[in-house]
Unconditional design. Structure first.
Length: 139
């Protein structure tokens, strides 16, 4: 069995009105949105929308992140999963694995952003508006 290409990985086939369509699943969508947040309406919209995913396959998410192999994406996904740890049933050991792939020095998630706050565990500088945004019953 061959592995799907990077372009096909994380794609789901869904039937809609009698046609079979290809669409990215929530795991790949999350990574792609963190890669280019402006295409998702910005970081605030991205986080709010992604928090509504009913479930995330953590193993698949980790594999998508491996295929992109970009430290900022590991940080962004790790920060997001830590924020919504209870909602997505994320074990501490999973977050620890992600933390090991973070950038060595603090990085802006959005290159044009200046100011903000440092999510120190993730070496990620985020807009102030995300400082208190969390999931239901979460920080």
């Amino acid at each position: 069995m061959t592995m799907p290409s990077k372009d096909a990985f994380g794609i789901r086939r869904v039937e809609r009105l009698g046609k079979v369509l290809s669409a990215t699943g929530p795991e790949r969508t999350l990574v792609q949105e963190f890669r280019r947040p402006a295409l998702a309406g910005g970081l605030d919209e991205l986080v709010q929308s992604a928090a509504g995913y009913p479930v995330l396959d953590l193993e698949l998410l980790e594999e998508v992140l491996r295929r992109y192999d970009i430290a900022n994406l590991w940080s962004a996904a790790g920060w997001f999963l830590e924020r919504f740890q209870k909602a997505f049933y994320v074990p501490d050991s999973f977050l620890a694995r992600m933390e090991r792939r973070r950038p060595r020095s603090p990085q802006y998630l959005e290159g044009n952003l200046r100011g903000g706050w440092l999510a120190s565990r993730w070496n990620l500088i985020l807009p102030n508006s995300l400082k208190t945004q969390g999931g239901v019953g979460e920080p």
